[in-house]
Design a protein around this ligand. Structure first.
Ligand code: ASP
Ligand code: MG
Length: 416
């Protein structure tokens, strides 16, 4: 017997029919002798609908009141799922975040979990109940409902698993695992049986949005084995098969198989590049350019500064495409006047492609293999950045899919 947390996303909870299927699947695990906690999301589309209502009434919704509204989606889900379990003869009980309680800070719309009380939940589990806890929400020190940010129920599920010392957190979703890249771009993309937390973080932050990034960080920090698997299979599929399906996110030292050098190709279409031309090459320049950008809450990703010519240099960095206009504005106001740049140019038609794999640590030549492939395809590299387990390039957006396909082939990902 093990204590296992199941998380079901919006699609899996998308209709009362689907909720009944979730109940059958959960009951199957409980019947096998496990203690089960379920953390569901709101029914698909519901959180968007609720936020839409809020915006109809107040253009920039008050953050506290917005959480009051947005958190109701999950409250409906937990009640329905609990009833679906009761209706098939299981013992079940649902809780909103504040009832557990899941305590958070007071950063409405992006709250962080601080602690989870396990007393009630343990008592219920010991009484043979399936416990259903609303994802995405908690309560702050003053009793206000706070939500964790979009996609936050993944983080709720992992946090509950950690707090309850569960043996595994199963994230049931509408995809059957984590792939070597997006199958819509590369039809030969393959499901990974295992991926390390570090690789998953890179893959997630680079655009493979299977899980909320914070949930992966949480699982990694607290060493919670987390599996991504399909909720669209027959709910009565044998448990032994289901328990080994999907993708297990685990630790490098636990992956016994010979790891492939590269695990996946990630990409992000929505990048923008900004170049500040002809700035004086002297101490403090990077700070003067990027300081106001940071103050405006704009995240900077890749950065390069060129060799200086006659004391002047060019400084280039990337931001998300959504932030491009704002960043240009900030620079035109603050930087140009103060540091005397010749001009500032922006390019919103760039994308980032990255190869990711812990195997890079022990293999040389991955970068040159990547650059050779891009050169054979005639793709110009505009910027490069690297970490221990990742190499990223910035390229013209019109070559992004070509680059991903070529790299997927080069690193033999379709049949690793
Ligand atoms: N219902 C919330 C959202 O749509 C949380 C989640 O689904 O994880 O963002
Ligand atoms: Mg989600």
């Amino acid at each position: 017997m093990a204590l296992i947390v199941h998380k079901y996303g919006g699609t899996s909870m998308g209709s009362t029919e689907r909720i009944k299927n979730v109940a059958r699947r959960v009951a199957k695990w409980h019947d096998a002798g496990h203690q089960i906690i379920v953390v569901p999301s709101a029914m698909s589309g519901e959180t968007n609908r609720l936020i839409g209502l809020a915006k109809e009434v107040m253009g920039q919704p008050d953050p506290r009141e917005l959480d009051m509204i947005a958190a109701t989606g999950e409250q409906v889900s937990v009640g329905l799922l609990s009833m679906a379990l009761l209706a098939i003869g299981k013992k079940a009980i649902s809780y909103a975040g504040w009832q557990v309680p899941i305590k958070t800070d007071s950063a409405f719309n992006k709250a962080r979990i601080q602690s989870i009380d396990d007393v009630k939940v343990r008592r219920d589990l010991d009484a043979g109940k399936i416990v259903i806890i609303a994802g995405f929400q908690g309560v702050d020190v003053d009793g206000n409902i706070a939500t964790l940010g979009r996609g936050g129920s993944d983080t709720s599920a992992v946090a509950v698993a950690v707090a309850m010392q569960a043996s595994e957190c199963l994230i049931f979703t509408d995809v059957d695992g984590v792939y070597t890249t997006d199958p819509r771009v590369v039809p030969e993309a393959r499901r990974l049986k295992t991926v390390t937390f570090e690789e998953m973080l890179e893959l997630a932050s680079l655009g493979s949005k299977v899980l909320q990034i914070r949930s992966v960080e949480f699982a990694g920090n607290y060493r919670m084995p987390t599996r991504v698997l399909s909720s669209l299979t027959d709910p009565m599929i044998p448990l032994e098969i289901e328990a080994n399906s999907g993708t297990l996110i685990s630790f490098e030292e636990d992956t016994h198989m010979e790891q492939a050098v590269i695990s996946g190709i990630a990409f992000s279409r929505d990048e923008a590049k900004i170049t500040v031309l002809g700035v004086p090459d002297k101490p403090g320049i990077a700070y003067q350019i990027l300081g106001p950008i940071a103050d405006a809450n704009i995240e900077v990703d890749m950065i390069i500064q060129n060799q200086s010519v006659e004391g002047k240099t060019d400084f280039t960095f990337t931001v998300l495409r959504n932030d491009h206009a704002k960043a240009m504005d900030v620079l035109n106001k603050s930087v140009k006047a103060h540091i005397g740049a010749a001009s500032i140019v922006g390019d919103t038609k760039v994308s980032k492609v990255s190869v990711v794999g812990v195997g890079m640590r022990s293999h040389v030549g991955i970068a040159s293999q990547m650059f050779r492939t891009l050169s054979e395809e005639g793709i110009n590299i505009q910027m490069i950045s690297t970490s221990e387990i990742k190499i990223s390039v910035l390229i013209d957006e019109k070559y992004m899919e070509l680059a991903v396909r070529a790299l997927h082939k080069t690193f033999n990902l379709e049949n690793a």
